[in-house]
Design a protein around this ligand. Structure first.
Ligand SMILES: [Zn+2]
Length: 253
C-alpha cells in the first residue's frame, strides 16, 4: 500500500496493485467562493494543486467519493475524469454521478467488491446536532484485500461512535482522518479537531494515522502546525503522518 496526499482530502491510493483516486477536488485555486456563513472568508480552494488536474487523473483505475460536498467532488473532477472510470460512492450520490454521465457508478451499500478489493461503507457524523443533520449523509470507506493491510478512510466526520465502531470492527492498520476542525460561524467543528485525532490515535494505538483536510478550504481553521503541536503535547506525534500537498506518506513504522 502506498498513499499520496494531493490536496485537502484528495488522495492517490495504491492498493492491491490498483491505483485509486479518493475525493477528487481538482478546481484551480480561488475557483469557488468562500463557504457560506464561515469564518475567514476567502475564495476556495486556498492553494493550487501540486500537479495539474489532468496528471492527477492519469493512471487512475477507480475513483472513491465519500460524499459530494464541493471540497470532495467538484466541477473539474467531473470534467477531467474518464466517464467510464469505475466510480464508487454512497447510494445517496449515485444519481448525481449518473447525471454527470459517469457510466460505471457503483453504490457502496453496504459494501462493494472491485478486482480483489473489498470496499465497505463506514458511517460518520459531519458535525453535531442540527448541523450534522444538514451536512449528512457522509461516508467513510474501509478497504480490504488479502495480503494488504486494512485501510480506513474515515471521511468527513468528527470522532463519534461510528468511527469507534469502524476501528473496533475492522482493526485498520492505517487510518486517514479529515482534520482541519472545519467550522461555520456558529456551532461546533464538523471535521476532526486535534483532540479528535488524539482520541483516534488512542483508540487504535497500533494503527498509523494520516491527517489530511487542512489549509486548503477557508473554514478549516486547524493548521498542520497547530495539529503537530497538540499531537506532540499528547505524546502521539510519532503515530501520525501530516503530509504536505503532493507528498507520499511513509507508512512503515
Ligand atoms: Zn470536507
Amino acid at each position: 500500500m502506498q498513499l499520496r496526499l494531493i490536496r485537502h482530502a484528495t488522495l492517490i491510493v495504491e492498493y492491491a496493485g490498483q491505483v485509486l483516486l479518493v475525493d477528487p477536488m481538482l478546481d484551480d485555486a480561488g475557483a469557488r467562493p468562500a463557504i457560506q456563513n464561515s469564518p475567514n472568508p476567502r475564495s476556495n480552494p486556498l492553494v493550487a494543486l501540486p500537479i495539474p488536474a489532468e496528471d492527477v487523473a492519469r493512471g487512475v483505475e477507480a475513483v472513491l467519493v465519500t460524499h459530494t460536498h464541493s471540497d470532495h467532488w467538484d466541477g473539474t473532477a467531473a470534467r477531467v475524469l474518464p466517464k467510464g472510470a469505475p466510480l464508487f460512492g454512497q447510494m445517496e450520490d449515485e444519481q448525481k454521478f449518473r447525471g454527470q454521465k459517469f457510466s460505471r457508478v457503483q453504490a457502496v451499500t453496504p459494501s462493494a467488491t472491485w478486482n480483489r478489493i473489498e470496499i465497505i461503507r463506514a458511517r460518520g457524523q459531519h458535525g453535531r446536532g442540527p448541523i450534522a443533520k444538514a451536512m449528512a449523509p457522509v461516508s467513510g470507506f474501509v478497504l480490504r484485500a488479502s495480503g494488504e493491510p486494512t485501510l480506513y478512510i474515515a471521511g468527513d466526520t468528527i470522532w463519534c461512535d461510528e468511527v469507534q465502531k469502524a476501528i473496533g470492527e475492522h482493526k485498520p492498520a492505517v487510518i486517514v482522518v479529515n482534520a482541519g476542525a472545519a467550522q461555520f460561524l456558529e456551532g461546533d467543528p464538523i471535521t476532526m479537531t486535534a483532540d479528535d485525532v488524539i482520541t483516534t490515535c488512542k483508540a487504535a494505538p497500533s494503527a498509523r494515522v494520516v491527517a489530511v483536510h487542512m489549509e486548503a478550504i477557508n473554514h478549516c481553521l486547524l493548521t498542520r502546525d497547530d495539529l503537530a503541536f497538540q499531537l506532540e503535547a499528547a505524546r502521539v506525534r510519532n503515530q501520525v503522518a501530516i503530509p504536505e500537498d503532493g507528498e507520499w506518506v511513509e507508512l512503515v513504522g
